[in-house]
Design a protein around this ligand. Structure first.
Ligand SMILES: [Zn+2]
Length: 141
């Protein structure tokens, strides 16, 4: 789970450089760059890159809403539909890497790849509603 970004202290009418945005939200500059790649708006043509406080707040709030979005054991949050969706054909891949388990499937509506982390203990329950292809990888250090 990535570190929770802080919202407090972001001023809506200020602009922030990547470094400043990282400091105020408590994440790394690299995370801020990932956010930009994932849709965080930046000001047009400004060098260095400047982010408006209200855009930054909006982005973090959306991100929280997505995380909070409740999904049933056989549902996934689809980033394209922006809704919980079921797996197409009820098929999912279950990838186990060390202690991490991830389910991957296709959205039954738009066919976007959907995935979510699960616990190994929940596999039997998920198997009641989904056909799982389990792939186990040894951890490579
Ligand atoms: Zn979808």
């Amino acid at each position: 789970m990535p570190k929770q970004a802080r919202l407090n202290g972001i001023k809506a009418f200020r602009t922030y450089t990547i470094q400043e945005a990282a400091e105020i939200t408590g994440v790394s500059p690299r995370t801020i760059r990932n956010w930009i790649a994932n849709g965080l708006l930046v000001m047009d043509g400004e060098r260095p890159v400047l982010i408006r406080g209200d855009d930054l707040r909006k982005f973090i709030k959306n991100q929280r809403a997505e995380r909070k979005c409740e999904t049933a054991p056989d549902e996934f949050y689809c980033v394209s539909c922006r809704k919980p969706r079921k797996a197409a054909e009820r098929f999912a891949d279950c990838t186990i890497i060390g202690a991490r388990v991830k389910l991957t499937a296709f959205c039954e509506v738009c066919e976007t790849v959907i995935s979510k982390p699960i616990t190994e203990a929940s596999i039997p329950e998920i198997r009641r509603t989904l056909t799982l292809t389990i792939k186990r990888h040894e951890t490579t250090l």
